[in-house]
Write a protein that binds this ligand. Structure first.
Ligand code: AMP
Ligand code: MG
Length: 532
């Protein structure tokens, strides 16, 4: 049976499970939550669901894996992506890792509801691990049910692909299937649990290793496993490198680049715990993330984070640095009882430096100035400050700069009219705000004139670095509402728009508009619960 359509086309070539130690308790024994020592993963089978149905497929990911549209639209595919039918050659397992949650060491976490089939060879000859999120209980499920609800699965599916098309490193999403089962969640943690439709996303990435994967063995003094994991990571992911210190420098570099991208597109991860930090520098674990609408560096989408705002937009660089420091602490365990911390310290300083310069270079480029010059920093800081002075849509404002004329002698009206649309409350566009924007735009225009770029080059640069279409929180919310009412077409419609975030896409402007007023405080739009 398998093969006629195509999971024959999925060629498993196991890397992770073939090279790292397994939990001796295998899939034939009943799954019970427990501490797993001395192992990188536990073999465990997905728990079957009632009635799998494919709601959406990311065709680019299917193509990357060499899967035909005939196969991804088949019943067999839905059964496999729901975990009901394990593909031939797969090696289902859940990974063991720990992590710091909200700054506190949480001990063992692990894949509590994600079950990986293992790696397949993609059309470029690389490895891609396939992982079902919401596939049932594992030894790492702790007190939870191993399942995921439709709303959070739609959000993970769409955002993974949105990020990819934005050019931001990310895990991918092959498919979104509903399970036909209900999952009970207390969405607002207010004592009102209710059944919701269950769903499973198949995530795809070369590796799902996290900072917490190294932290857990280090915390247990299991230097042998830590060394195996580190050697494995270097050999499979960073073959050009030769030591854990070099690996750390590379991870820090990638993380710096990642956070610059998040700041550029206005993405707020929302739960940057160390178990949600990818060793490959990918955006991973889409939970209560959000997109900046009005520019507010203090905004966090995560209700659980509302008190301390640890994971607010503006704090992401510092949080990433803190998380890297935890990874460094873990890797230091490889260096014996009196390790030399200086290479790691230098790498952390290097991260701060790389982020800072990367951020300034990105801002200069996205403002249409070409290459960053030292004097630009002040003007960039002034811009960021200005964006907080009145409620203004971050991506609409930055992109509208492409329409602002830079020639000497343009009128106030000509300078300001392209940006007016970005303001959320017209009454906030006061004389004072007008004057401040005008003053800044004149300096911006002057700087643009000295850039050596033509008008077309500048406009093109601005539009290639600030998207027109992002996964606005309310858009995801609308698509979810429709899907919950039996109409999944909003998901594919959004996916289609998000495929070309930097293009103009005439006729689809509705998806590029400011958040409507009803969504300002609506649950699921402005604030998101961790319950998923
Ligand atoms: P997250 O906040 O999504 O990164 O999850 C933190 C930890 O909780 C991870 O170990 C997850 O696998 C686990 N987890 C989250 N939701 C569930 C669930 N419904 N069932 C089992 N484990 C879960
Ligand atoms: Mg996680």
């Amino acid at each position: 049976m398998v093969g006629s359509f195509g999971l024959g086309e999925l060629k498993f070539e196991h890397v992770f499970t073939a090279q790292l130690p397994a939990d001796p308790i295998g899939p034939s024994e009943p799954v019970r939550p427990r501490q797993v020592q001395g192992a990188a993963y536990s073999r465990v089978n997905p728990t079957p669901v009632a009635a799998p149905r494919t709601l959406a497929v990311a065709d680019e990911v299917a193509a990357l894996l060499g899967l035909s549209p005939e196969f991804t639209s088949s019943e067999e595919f839905a059964q496999m992506m729901a975990g009901n039918r394990v593909p031939e050659g797969a090696d289902p397992h859940a990974a063991c890792y720990g992590g710091h949650q909200f700054g506190n060491w949480a001990g063992q976490l692990g894949d509590g509801r994600a079950i990986s089939y293992g790696e397949v060879v993609d059309v470029h000859g690389g490895h891609q691990a396939l992982q079902l999120k919401g596939a049932g209980l594992t030894p790492y499920s702790r007190g939870a049910d191993g399942r995921a609800v439709l709303r959070s699965s739609v959000r993970e599916f769409l955002c993974s692909e949105a990020m990819f098309h934005l050019g931001v490193p990310t895990t991918r999403a092959l498919s979104l299937v509903t399970t036909g089962d209900q999952v009970v969640r207390d969405m607002f943690y207010d004592g009102h649990p209710a059944p919701e439709p269950g769903a499973i996303v198949c995530r795809v990435a070369p590796s799902f290793l996290r900072f917490g994967s190294y932290q857990l063995p280090a915390s247990r003094g299991d230097v042998g496993l830590l060394r195996q994991l580190t050697d494995f990571t270097i050999a499979t992911e960073f073959p050009q490198l030769s030591s854990p210190q070099e690996m750390f420098v590379e991870v820090a570099e990638r993380t710096a680049k990642l956070v610059v991208d998040w700041m550029r597109v206005g993405f707020v991860h929302g739960v940057l715990n160390t178990d949600n930090m990818s060793i490959l520098g990918l955006t991973i674990d889409y939970g209560p993330y959000g997109w900046l609408e009005d520019f507010d560096p203090d905004w966090t989408p995560n209700t659980t984070d509302a008190g301390g705002r640890r994971y607010r937009y503006g704090a992401q660089p510092q949080v990433a640095a803190w998380n890297l420091a935890q990874l460094a602490n873990a890797l230091l365990a490889l260096e014996g009882p009196e390790p030399d911390v200086s290479p790691y310290q230098q790498a952390l300083e290097h991260f701060a430096e790389r982020f800072h310069t990367g951020y300034l270079e990105m801002m200069a480029a996205r403002l249409g100035w070409g290459t960053f010059r030292d004097a630009d920093e002040q003007l960039i800081d002034a811009f960021v400050e200005l964006m907080t002075a009145a409620e203004v849509d971050y991506v609409i404002l930055c992109r509208s700069l492409a329409e602002v004329p830079v020639d000497e002698g343009v009128t106030e009206e000509e300078t300001l009219s392209p940006i007016v649309e970005a303001f959320y409350r017209p009454e906030q566009f006061t004389e004072e705000i007008r004057a401040r924007y005008l003053a800044w735009l004149r300096m911006w225009a002057h700087r643009a004139r000295t850039s050596g770029l033509s008008d077309t080059e500048r406009q093109q640069a601005i539009r290639s670095l600030t998207p027109k279409y992002v996964l606005r929180n309310y858009l995801a919310h609308e698509a979810i509402g429709r899907a919950e009412n039996g109409d999944p077409s909003g998901i594919t419609e959004l996916l289609e728009v998000l495929r070309d975030p930097y293009g103009e896409q005439p006729g689809r402007e509705r998806f590029a508009q400011k958040r409507p007023d009803w969504a300002r405080t609506a649950p699921g739009c402005s604030m998101l619960s961790c319950s998923s």
